[in-house]
Design a protein around this ligand. Sequence first.
Ligand code: ADP
Length: 542
Amino acid sequence: MLGLMQDAPLTITSILERGERVFADREIVTKTATGLKRATFAELGAEVRRQASALDALGVSPDGRVASFAWNTFRHLALYYSVPCTGRVLHTGNIRYFPDQLVYTFEHAEDEAVFVDRSLLGLLAPLLPRMTTLKHVVVMDDGVPTPLPDDPRVVAYEELVGSADQADLTGRITDEHTAAGLCYTSGTTGNPKGVVYTHRSNWLHAIGSLTSSVFGMHDGDRVLPVVPLFHANGWGYAHSTIMGGATLIMPGPDLSPAGLVDLMESEKVTVAAGVPTIWMGVAPLLAGRDLAALRAVICGGSAVPVALSEAWREAIGVPITQAWGMTEMSPLGSVARLRSEITGREEEIETLATAGLIAPGVSARIVDAVSREELPWDGETSGDLEVSGPWIARQYYKTDEPGDSFSPDGWLRTGDVAAITPLGYLKIVDRTKDLVKSGGEWISSVDLENQIMGHPKVAEAAVIALPHPKWGERPLACVVVRDGETLDRDELLAWLGDKVGKWQIPDDVVFIEEVPKTSVGKFSKKTLREQYADHVLPTAGA
Ligand code: ADP
């Protein structure tokens, strides 16, 4: 028998309507070049409806793609609502892509309009002639007087939106499966691929994020998303904060470690979120700061080195909360919240070093790379990690068929190798492409980096595989030494001696100024592999 419940669609509009009514006075605080600007959730609702009118007035197709090219700000947040709540799809453009990637994604998305922060216009303006589907370039003045390009498509945000009527959004979305957002992967391992989120998937993802086994965000929280709104659906914060009634602190263009720590202190931030390189930059500035309000520093996108998490604990008493996910997963997959069984300090550190407990709503399995047989959850056996759930993609945008990235029964192949503990924590061994395949064994570059970054003189480290005549591949460590310190190859390798198996010790170490970063601030091993393609390992002649 079918149930007798109402069939109300799960829409982003419903998140907004409840948020602005129930939490009308909660704020969105945006850091700008001229100081902090504050707006309430009620004002957010009004801005969203004015933007919605403007989209209608521009004549953007009812299901057209609208791009954003912006910092984390109030107006960018409003676009997360106005675009989908009018039936259109928000393509959050990645401001750190190379020019060709930008043109590729804008053309691929067939964006009809772009809302661009004036301070970022310099990056976009030279590419506009190559963006052939764009009809409107809406410039959001943020006080930085970048010259406006001589392009008839340019229109000022204030003129278009400032005095627009407030459109009625209620009831405009009747099908929860309507596309709402489009985000391209950050291109860490290859060309960007488009992932389309729906009203339903974002709604469920927000609910999942609010559970206490995930972030447990609530109306007393003051949340600082350092993660850009264009990285992996902005980690869902645009929806979960409004649903939870949490105040949002938007950092705008100032992502400097000093700017972030000042903002965390002055705005009494309780939850902050970003990739490891962000928190590595902030860690040395924590001493003596008043961050008593902070209860969670969420960190994902790459493995979190234990030394980083412990440095935070030492400085302010709050270790880092590791999370794992993917653009394809909206992105929530797992968060390292401590289950009640985990009590002792050792066990706690070990658990925080995992990628986290599988989130409610997400199903995970590990399978053998060859036989595709499912493997046990014993915390040791590792295999290809596959996931499924209502906020996980089943296909990439504009592909005819799911292809190799999805299993025949529709699960997403994450490209990660992992083990799962009996309690349901994921231990990510590595990305398949980053594993060092040495002889018959795999060496985890993540494990090696974790150990090397535990050395007190090391600031950053990335490990890549280089070809080796005898072993197939052997590890090369690329290491950045802390300012004012000296470290040589032998000292580092000797120190690793009692921390990893002898056969896992890198064959060579190169000291570099900085690890190259991807468009979302991850270590770019693709770039390092290109840079060291001709490097000959000292063991290669042996
Ligand atoms: P891209 O693949 O282009 O970097 P994403 O940001 O969606 O784009 O990256 C998802 C991938 O990031 C995951 O498949 C995984 O390899 C990596 N990742 C994310 N979080 C973690 C984590 N906590 N530990 C290890 N790897 C992680």
